[in-house]
Design a protein around this ligand. Structure first.
Ligand code: CTP
Ligand code: CA
Length: 228
């Protein structure tokens, strides 16, 4: 049997993927996080490995096992995720699937914040986290050839995601509706729209594994077209 990296449509390519949420500490026992199971990002890592790529998966805290064959780097915060992404470069393709917390506590408490007993509420000052996708997409040298972002929206999905693709400097954006009624968050199925410079491709609802395989097939086709 051939070694996986010696065959397959992504053989010889390095694919970098972020997955899961980030956890931003408030104090030693509390954190700020987005809802994210990591299922879609981990499925993309598995599909890229199956296609013969070398895969680095930078993952926030998830309940999933690391996909076999990937180099998995586990992180907690957005800053750690950015550092791990930078350390993993260069990459041919970078896919930013993580649900990164947009804000972190300005100064996390060293000790557990206690209730005062008189109903007084703690004041939580927030600062914005670095935008990992935007940072990497705007690299002057060493930018991955293809940058894919995700856009989880609850309304105006295609319009918001189209604007996000442009504003962040991504080549492609995978947009999905994560409204609670869709069951996408935490679930096994997804319905996405692939937004590229040439337009919008709406895929039928399928499993997250099939979304991953379809995305990896599209990426392979693009890289093979470019090489021709
Ligand atoms: N992303 C990132 N770093 C951040 C925030 C987002 O890399 N600090 C990436 C996500 O992984 C995703 C894309 O950017 O690929 C879009 O994330 P999203 O949260 O939908 O976009 P935001 O620009 O944060 O806008 P919003 O105000 O809608 O949250
Ligand atoms: Ca966000």
């Amino acid at each position: 049997r051939l070694h996986p990296s010696s065959s397959g449509s992504l053989a010889g390519r390095h694919v970098l993927i972020t997955s899961g949420p980030t956890h931003e500490p408030i104090d030693p026992v509390r954190y700020i996080a987005n809802r994210s199971s990591g299922k879609q990002g981990h499925a993309i890592a598995a599909a890229a490995i199956a296609a013969g790529a070398r895969v680095t998966l930078v993952s926030g805290p998830v309940a999933l096992g690391a996909p076999a064959g990937a180099t998995t780097v586990q992180v907690q915060t957005a800053e750690e995720m950015l550092n791990a992404v930078r350390a993993a470069l260069p990459a041919d393709v970078a896919i930013f699937c993580a649900a990164v917390a947009d804000w972190r506590a300005a100064s996390p408490a060293d000790e557990k914040i206690k209730k005062t007993g008189d109903g007084e509420k703690p004041q939580l000052e927030l600062v914005e986290n670095p935008d990992i996708l935007k940072t990497i997409a705007h690299m002057k040298t060493g930018r991955p050839n293809l940058i894919v972002g995700f856009a989880a929206e609850t309304e105006n999905v295609i319009a918001f995601a189209t604007r996000k693709r442009r504003n962040k400097g991504a080549d492609w954006t995978v947009a999905n509706d994560v409204s609670t009624h869709t069951g996408v968050m935490g679930g096994d199925r997804n319905r996405v729209h692939l937004i590229t410079e040439t337009g919008v491709d709406s895929w039928p609802e399928m499993s997250k594994r099939e979304v991953a395989e379809t995305l990896i097939a599209r990426i392979s086709a693009l890289l093979h077209d470019k090489a021709r």
